[in-house]
Each structure stands twice: as structure tokens, then as C-alpha cells.
Design a protein around this ligand. Structure first.
Ligand code: PLP
Length: 453
């Protein structure tokens, strides 16, 4: 029976959702009749129906299976439906499905301890939020209260989330219609391929980006700058791996001017770059770290702020004016504990590093040798971007039409891609196998050939 789009199917249970009787068309019709989607004009939307998944694969209701090289929104670091995490969620749901944030709850404390065990030794506490945006929101608040200063510096090429200060800190187009929060200043960071600083070498890019940052801090008045909020490796903005020495230079500027360094590890953290935290590859220790996504692969919405001992101590005697009903939700906490245990037991971070080094890097570079539309290959671990250009000299981005055709071709070949502007982001789960990478590389090759230059 085909359900009327405006009403629920007769038996809308989990089992029914993957029931072979349900077809993509009716799932999409029910969505279009009832669901309002993010960041979109609603009328033309044609969402893809996804019924189930396992590891690096998802499937729809019509019998099609796809390699998920998007990790959804770059969050399923542990893959889809990891049995250990699913079992922990089920166990906690039967034990205690919710508890107020003011209570001491063992699974919550264990989740915080597990996260801290992989963070720098200067980090002492975890404040849990519902996701990444409110993690940044609360980190900014902590930095402002700790320093008694107001302004927050972040980068133009960044995304920090869809709430008051987090969206105002964001660099991309999504900030502009939402700019109601005050005190946000933006700077350009290193991006040698499209350098804002006329740089020709990574060293020049680092030196000039740091000079620009110093001058903006000085011009804004260092005594009024509370925090510098940076994605360690800007993700949605293009997987912009920092040029050597940049993050260390930012740390030195923060120390010189008494500014709090907040590293947003929401997308880059928990294995994505082949390290526990993306900043582990650099000689920096932030004051606050924000996380979400990969910490539990998004099985239950959760995020948080990892807080240095020094900043945590600010709130020993003084009230922290912030909180959330679901802060440290026990089912989310159980999923974090099980995820981190699985990461440790299965060496998932090591797998991401090896897959990046031995398979994605050489494989994507080989694709670039064959397809002149690939202007640059950059990334680490399971966090890569292909910058697609009309010609390699002018570096003009390919059109939205080109990207649309590429996306359609990849889906036709059963690969779920992550597309942002003129870029193809290659972001499989950190559990991806060498065989799956080889399959995906063959599909990218075929799709790029089909779409042409
Ligand atoms: N920070 C970064 C780097 C992100 O990529 C995102 C989401 O994509 C966020 C923050 C916001 O996280 P959430 O969507 O969980 O609020």
C-alpha cells in the first residue's frame, strides 16, 4: 500500500522503515509533505531516501547500495551501525533513558574521562552540549567570562554552527543573513592554492597570514579580544590543511596578547585526520577544544567543550551562566564510551592514518594526473578535497552545473559523495577498507571521465 504523503504509513516502526514494501518514492513524498530542510529553498528539493547502513555503506528502499564517501555530514567516523555502539545505546536505554544534568551519573562521568584521556594533560573538564554549534557557543562564552573581554576572532573560510555566536563566527555565506551577535571579527587564514597574500610558498603563506592576524589583533585592540576560534583544519570550507608553522604562530600570538585559543575539532577530531585530534599533528595546545560529530559518529546528538584546568578554575567560585536540559544525556554518553572503546580496540585512528597515507593520497594524486579538472589534491587521514577547476593556470572553479552533473554520475555509480562549491570532498568513515577505497577511486575516475573537463 502506498501511504498518502501527508499521513504516516500504517506501521511506521523501525522495521517498517526498512521494509521492502516501502519504496523510495513514498518515503520522499512523505518527506516533502512534512519536513522542512536545512539551508534550502524547499520547493525544488529531491532528497535521497536512505533506509539503512552498515560500515561504509548505506542503502535505499529500492534495493540500491551506495559507498558512503560523505560519512553523512562527515560524522560517521566509526561507520554506520557499529554493533558495539548500538548495543551500548540499547543497554543504556533500558537502564536509564534520561537524567537531569545536575545529577552525578556514572556513564556521563565515564564519557568525560574517556574524552579527557585522549586530550592534552592540561585539559581537566568536559561540558556536554547537544551538538557542535552550542559547543562553540559555550566555548565563546567561557572565553569571554574568563578574560573579561568581548571580541571573538575567527576566519572567513570556516563553519562553526547554526546558533547565535557560532553562526556569527562562521566565515561562509550562511553568516550573512544571521549576523545578530556582536563582537565578531574575521581574518583570512592560510590557503596557498588561492592565497590572499600573493604567497608562492607555504612559508610565505604562513608568515603573511600571521602578519595579517597580528595587525588585525592590534587594530582591534588586543585588550578587547577574548578568543581566537579556529577549525584546526577548516572542513566544509575546503579541507584547508594549515601551512607549516601557522597554528604554532597563532598560539604564540594568543600567548602574547592574552587571548584564548579555541580549536573547533567538531569535524576534524576523533580520527578524521588520522590522529585523535587534528591538532595532535602540530606543536600546539589549545585552551578550549570543541567536539561533536566523530565523538560518537552522530548516533545520538551530542557535542561539548574540553576545558583547560585554568579556565575551569575560573568557575570554581563563580557561576558559569550556561546549561542545557540534555547536557551529558546518558544515552549519548553511553554511545561516546562505546565509540571510544571501539576506536581503541580496533585501532580506528591508525586505520584512518594508514588509509590516508597508503591509499587515498596516492590514489587521488593518480586521479589528478589523469584528469586535468583536478586542480589540487589536499588532506590527511580520511579528510581529503579535490579542487575542481576549468583550467589549471587560471584556477577558475568549475560551474555549479558541472558539480551537479558530477554528483548525479557518482550517485548513478552507487557512491554517495560530499560536494561543496567546486570541490569533491573525499571523506569516508575512518573504518573504511583499502578495498572500498579502491572501488571508490574507480568510481571517481569513471564519473570524472563521463562528465568530462
Ligand atoms: N563546527 C564545525 C567545524 C562543523 O563542521 C560543524 C558542522 O558541520 C559545526 C561546528 C556545527 O555542528 P552541529 O551541526 O552539530 O551544530
Amino acid at each position: 500500500m502506498v501511504a498518502s504523503p501527508a499521513t504516516l504509513p500504517a506501521a511506521d516502526t523501525d522495521a517498517a522503515a526498512t521494509n521492502a514494501a516501502l519504496r523510495n518514492a513514498e518515503v520522499v513524498a512523505l518527506d516533502r509533505a512534512n519536513v522542512f530542510h536545512s539551508w534550502s529553498a524547499q520547493k525544488a528539493l529531491k532528497p535521497m531516501a536512505i533506509a539503512g547502513g552498515s560500515g561504509s555503506k548505506v542503502w535505499d528502499h529500492d534495493g540500491n547500495t551506495f559507498l558512503d564517501f560523505s560519512s553523512q555530514l562527515v560524522n560517521t567516523n566509526i561507520g554506520h551501525q557499529h554493533p558495539k555502539v548500538i548495543a551500548a545505546i540499547a543497554r543504556q536505554a533500558t537502564r536509564l533513558a534520561t537524567v537531569a544534568p545536575a545529577a552525578a551519573n556514572h556513564v556521563r562521568s565515564t564519557a568525560a574521562a574517556k574524552i579527557l584521556s585522549h586530550a592534552p594533560s592540561t585539559m581537566e573538564k568536559v561540558f556536554f552540549t547537544n551538538g557542535g554549534a552550542d559547543a562553540n557557543e559555550n566555548a565563546i562564552r567561557m572565553a569571554r567570562l574568563h578574560t573579561g573581554r568581548d571580541k571573538v576572532l575567527s576566519r572567513y573560510r570556516s563553519y562553526h554552527g547554526n546558533t547565535g555566536s557560532a553562526i556569527a563566527a562562521t566565515g561562509d555565506w550562511r553568516r550573512i543573513p544571521n549576523e545578530y551577535s556582536r563582537g565578531h571579527i574575521h581574518v583570512f587564514g592560510p590557503y596557498l592554492y588561492r592565497s590572499e597574500f600573493w604567497a608562492e610558498t607555504p612559508e610565505q603563506e604562513t608568515e603573511r597570514a600571521l602578519h595579517h592576524l597580528r595587525r588585525v589583533i592590534q587594530a582591534e585592540g588586543p585588550q578587547s579580544v577574548a578568543a581566537l576560534l579556529l577549525e584546526t583544519v577548516p572542513g566544509t570550507a575546503g579541507i584547508l590543511v594549515p601551512t607549516p608553522g601557522y597554528l604554532e604562530g597563532v598560539r604564540a600570538l594568543c600567548d602574547e596578547y592574552g587571548i584564548i585559543m579555541i580549536l573547533d575539532e567538531v569535524m576534524a577530531g576523533f580520527g578524521r585526520t588520522g590522529d585523535w585530534f587534528a591538532f595532535d599533528a602540530y606543536n600546539v595546545t589549545p585552551d578550549l577544544i570543541t567536539f561533536a560529530k566523530g565523538v560518537n559518529s552522530g548516533y545520538i546528538p551530542v557535542g561539548g567543550v574540553i576545558i583547560s584546568g585554568e579556565i575551569a578554575a575560573t568557575f570554581d567560585e563563580r557561576v558559569f551562566p550556561g546549561g542545557l536540559t540534555y547536557s551529558g544525556h546518558p544515552i549519548a554518553a553511553a554511545s561516546i564510551v562505546a565509540s571510544i572503546e571501539a576506536f581503541e580496540e580496533e585501532d580506528i585512528v591508525g586505520n584512518a592514518a594508514r588509509i590516508g597515507r597508503d591509499h587515498l593520497e596516492p590514489g587521488l594524486n593518480a586521479l589528478a594526473e589523469k584528469h586535468s579538472v583536478i586542480g589540487e589534491v589536499r588532506g590527511r587521514g580520511v579528510f581529503w578535497a579535490l579542487e575542481l577547476v576549468n583550467d589549471r593556470t587560471s584556477r577558475t572553479p568549475v560551474s555549479a552545473n558541472y558539480m551537479g552533473r558530477l554528483k548525479a554520475e557518482l550517485l548513478r555509480l552507487n557512491l554517495l559523495p560530499f560536494i561543496a562549491d567546486n570541490r569533491l570532498h573525499v571523506v569516508p568513515p575512518a573504518v573504511v577498507t583499502a578495498k572500498e577505497v579502491a572501488q571508490a577511486l574507480a568510481i571517481y575516475d569513471q564519473a570524472l571521465s563521463a562528465v568530462g573537463s
